[in-house]
Design a protein around this ligand. Sequence first.
Ligand code: SF4
Ligand code: SF4
Length: 454
Amino acid sequence: MRTLKQFTDEINKCVLCGTCRSVCPTFGVVNREPASARGKVALCGAFLNKEIGLSDGFIKQMNECVQCMACRTACPNDVNVPDIILAARAKIAKEKGLPFAKSFILKNILDSERLMPTAMKFASKLQGLLFKGVPEESGLHRRFSLPLIDERRLVPPLADRFFLEEQRARGKGEIASALPRNDITPNPELRTLNSKPRVGFFAGCLINYMLPNIGEASLKVLEKAGASVIIPYDQHCCGMPALGMGDVETAKSLVIKNLEAFEQYDMDYITTACATCGDGLKRRFKELLSDEGEDVRKRVERFAGKVRDITELLVNELRIQNSEFNRKSKIVNSKSEIVTYHDPCHLRRGQGIADVPREIIEISGAKLKEMSHPCRCCGLGGTFNITNYDFSMAINRDKAEDIKNTGADIVATACPGCIIQMKDGLHQLGADTKVVHVVELLASHLTSPLRGED
Ligand code: SF4
Ligand code: SF4
């Protein structure tokens, strides 16, 4: 991964044209130069020229970025502002250290195979005491004053049973992995499994601990689309939260652990239903480990080459549009729901995927109605929404308005983080639009009776 100093030439490419200011959501809220992409590049340049130090003001500006990548897409000179900001955060973490709470969580809990599930299980048991349910909604509000959690924040409840725990209990995903590729087994059921594309499923923390329903929907849809799904149980957090906070060492450690977990199996693809994890697994971690020696580089290249977002896997590789699955879904079309779509930043700008999630909405039988600015950031920005809740929700307000103005019954997206953030924003706006993942749309038509066929 490049250091801030290694970005010097890139910083010098900035001609201060200001194109990035018009798309930067933090500038949109604050309307002051240091909050803009251009302003942050100028601050990094001034730091490298020793005109300023790692002051509180500098650290604040580097932390107030949601990593939406809109500036990078807009910049005519190809200045990679989000990566410059990440390099600045890594420099800050190295020189100043992270605040105790963040450092403790990253190094002792997130990076621990035992402590992370235990801590989350403990929190899951405790949540009934600390939070109360919001009537009619799948969220919680806090009962007491709690550090880091704003009283207006709609918090998704932790699952009673985590996704990976549930799959392990069911033995799900183990049969396919036990079969050698060339096994000529007399068992016809196993022979069928062996002939299918092998897909490793990466859950990610939000699906594992809070939204296992998205994981369940993913498995259902993947199996229906003809995949043989493998779930390595000892997978970890993808490392993106650590990277976003500047803790490069913890991020690297998590990437290596995930490589080890997935390398045990013979897989054609690795997929995830989380746009942020996918961006990390496919692209970011190659950069992160680029200076770790030939062997690690080759391993991470091989791993990254297999990664597909679940939407592109379903449409481009498993070709669901030509399958039985699609034929049945089309029958639902006559009484279709109106669905609008939000482009997650890490899917559209991070991975260049915009069309296939929309195709999935149509395959599901729903009618797509575009909102204005579908790729406007929802304001989540990793831990930014926790440390800067008001700021984060001020960015979200336009998104929630755009969704409400479509009059759609449902807003679909392809990132669990965006789902949590949009639920909160719509709740605060008093809108009752349902928020779902696109794979849930497909899965819901698999479970409910198909209209026209009963
Ligand atoms: S990544 Fe987004 S929030 Fe950060 S500087 Fe660029 S446009 Fe602004
Ligand atoms: S768009 Fe690019 S060149 Fe223009 S001000 Fe922003 S970073 Fe600099």
